[in-house]
Design a protein around this ligand. Structure first.
Ligand code: NAP
Length: 516
């Protein structure tokens, strides 16, 4: 097999023009809310109680393309974070008074607006998250689709009729179990899908009649602010959605500790999720946390397909996905074939400046994140693993990397990698592969490649995680299939209909029908 598949020598990082906001500033919907600060940086306000508020203190939004500052946003204080909750409490009545069908129409209008303003959203995703064209397109379209799905979701907000005559103590009675909104929800979201993840929380929350306080990662606050502008314009009442920017430890913690907030819907790291759960008290938690998806490749698999899909699972969004494939366990008999195919597949993932049309994989979110991945690779190679292709870093840019001779003890085999790494471990047989794939505390996703139905079924039943994918990479997509984690990967399920279930609570209404 070809073993000398080292990365090409072209630079990974961008060359050329300084990135700047352009589509957003030319857009009539967004231009009125952006002002230029004293040093000529576009400054965005927060959205609280239907008002756009600039901050006394601001923080820069650095693009991962080259580290330059492309915008500034406010750094909300605890007081402002509480003001967002005040506004959300105040607006509870207003949103509930809008009939369900009308709420759905508001989302349909918002979806149309989002589509009309695609260039601005794509620019936000390019600049704040470094997404190449294909990924910008995919995420904006997914956000539109998620909004349009609220019509289907609304059909899950029905209840039950329970006749009382099946138990002696309820004879002569009947009950209706209805689903009611919880009240104020806090939605706290990560950097990797800064438009889609907030949309996937805010849409079911509002359509179910809740009000929302939301914040995105401080590295990627712009997409959510643009989304708030769209929802405001679509006609959601003031205070129904409030968006604050600023440190999670200040804004997020203020919301999580606030007793008026009835649910926290959090997507992010296990470490932060655990902390929020510990400080939140008696409220509902929906936690979408880290993952460590193993891809298992058996000796009867379509090996080229398994290699291409495993590499795609590892490299999509520069590996910064909770559902990323972050270790591949290959049965010995097909190991060499898999490695050759995987190395070739990885080399097709062209990494570079996301503004270039040919780029398939852009930068990682920060130099720190890329250096962490570099450290994982260095530690693995020091322990005996070999780099088949990739393994190079240029600032925030990390080349797609296939590692062979990875052992179970290496961190790269056990931890969430969150970078474009394909660590390959050898297994003796199916049983050994199943054992290795369970040596993780996470329990979000895994996938298996085999042609045998019995083996598919065995893997699906044995692997302890929220979603097992057969003959494909794990993909949460827009949530048509529900997803969520076990153990260190979190609590609850997200997805069309499933989110609504989490964001409403049942109320039992008992009717005494009198003596028969
Ligand atoms: P993160 O560091 O945990 O941050 C997530 C959010 O939490 C951000 O908005 C952050 O705000 C906020 N935050 C941080 N510290 C906080 C605190 N003490 N109190 C309240 N909020 C706080 O995660 P990330 O690096 O952005 O995202 C990567 C992680 O998300 C990975 O582990 C990935 O697996 C996970 N993820 C999971 C799923 C899923 O569906 N299971 C999906 C996507 C991502 P600041 O930025 O302002 O600190």
């Amino acid at each position: 097999m070809a073993t000398n598949l080292s990365a090409g020598k072209e630079p990974l990082a961008p060359t050329g023009e300084y990135p700047h906001l352009d589509a957003i500033l030319r857009d009539d919907l967004f231009r009125p809310i952006v002002r230029m600060n004293a040093v000529g940086i576009p400054e965005f306000p927060m959205f609280i109680g239907g008002k756009w508020l600039y901050g006394e203190r601001t923080m820069g939004v650095h693009t991962p393309i080259d580290g330059s500052v492309v915008a500034a946003v406010p750094q909300a204080s605890e007081g402002l974070a509480r003001a967002a909750v005040d506004a959300a409490v105040e607006a509870r009545r207003a949103i509930r008074d809008i009939p369900g069908a009308k709420r759905v129409e508001l989302f349909e209008k918002a979806a149309r607006l989002l589509r009309e303003h695609f260039p601005a959203f794509r620019e936000a995703l390019l600049l704040e998250a470094g997404k190449p064209h294909h990924d910008q397109e995919g995420e904006t379209k997914a956000a539109v689709e998620r909004m349009l799905y609220t019509r289907a979701e609304a059909s899950h907000i029905y209840g039950d009729y329970l006749p009382g005559d099946w138990a002696n103590d309820t004879l002569g009675k009947m009950a209706l179990v209805i689903r009611e909104p919880l009240g104020v929800l806090a939605c706290i979201t990560p950097f990797n899908y800064p438009l889609f993840i907030p949309t996937a929380k805010i849409a079911p929350a509002l359509v179910a009649g809740n009000t929302v306080v939301a914040k995105s990662s401080s590295t990627t606050p712009l997409s959510l602010l643009l989304l708030a502008r769209v929802l405001e314009t679509a006609g959601f009442p003031p205070g129904s959605l409030n968006v604050a920017t600023g440190a999670g430890a200040v804004v997020g913690e203020t919301w999580v500790k606030d007793e008026r907030v009835r649910m926290v819907s959090f997507t992010g790291s296990t470490e932060v999720g655990r902390r929020l759960h510990a400080i939140g008290g008696l409220k509902r938690f929906h936690l979408e946390l880290g993952g460590k998806a193993h891809s298992m490749v058996y000796d009867d698999a379509d090996v080229p397909m398994a290699a291409a899909k495993s590499v795609e699972g590892a490299c999509k969004n520069a590996g910064q996905r909770c559902d990323a494939v972050s270790a591949v366990v290959v049965v010995q008999d097909v190991l060499e074939e898999f490695l050759e195919e995987a190395a070739q597949a990885a080399q097709k993932w062209k990494v570079g400046d996301p503004r270039r049309p040919e780029t398939k994989m852009g930068p990682m979110i920060s130099e720190r994140a890329a250096a962490r991945v570099e450290g994982l690779v260095a530690e693995a190679t020091a322990g005996g693993a070999k780099v088949l292709t990739g393994g190079t870093r240029d600032g925030t840019y990390f080349s797609p990397t296939v590692l062979r001779d990875v052992t179970e003890r290496m961190r790269v085999a056990r931890e969430e990698t969150f970078g474009p790494l394909v660590p390959v471990l050898a297994a003796r047989d199916e049983e050994d592969a199943l054992r290795i794939a369970q040596t993780t505390e996470y329990g979000l996703d895994s996938c298996v490649f085999t042609r045998s139905f019995e083996r598919m079924w065995r893997a699906a039943k044995r692997i302890q995680c929220g979603e097992v994918t057969i003959n494909d990479l794990p993909k949460h997509g827009i949530g048509h299939f529900p997803f969520g984690g076990r153990r260190e990967s979190g609590l609850g399920r997200e997805g069309i209909g499933y989110s609504i279930e989490e964001m409403t609570e049942p109320k039992t209404i008992v009717f005494n029908l009198g003596p028969r």
